[in-house]
Ligand binder design. Structure first.
Ligand SMILES: [Zn+2]
Length: 91
């Protein structure tokens, strides 16, 4: 195992069995040389596809908000449009 930034092999394992989402499991390392923090495996090409395909993912919520905004816009409902866009969209 080497640092993804400087290639140093002087690493500290911060956490093993880190599961931020779904069933993907990572280890978290700190590099003693450049202090970069990174996960291993660093790249997992399947994770993005998996995160987007389940119903209720964050992108579904964005699409839903887009459709609501379009509804107000297309119906020239300025008050509704303003109220909707003033909404707090934090999740
Ligand atoms: Zn490093």
């Amino acid at each position: 195992m080497k640092c993804v930034i400087c290639n140093s092999e002087k690493l500290n394992l911060i956490k093993s069995n880190y599961k931020p989402y779904l069933d993907y499991q990572y280890e978290i390392f700190d590099c003693q040389n450049c202090q970069a923090r990174f996960v291993s495996p660093f790249e997992n090409k399947n994770v993005h596809e998996d995160l987007h395909k389940f119903k209720g993912n964050i992108y579904d919520l964005e699409r839903e908000n887009l459709n609501k905004a379009k509804y107000f816009f297309n119906n020239k409902d300025i008050k509704g449009y303003r109220k909707f866009l003033s909404k707090d969209f934090r999740y």
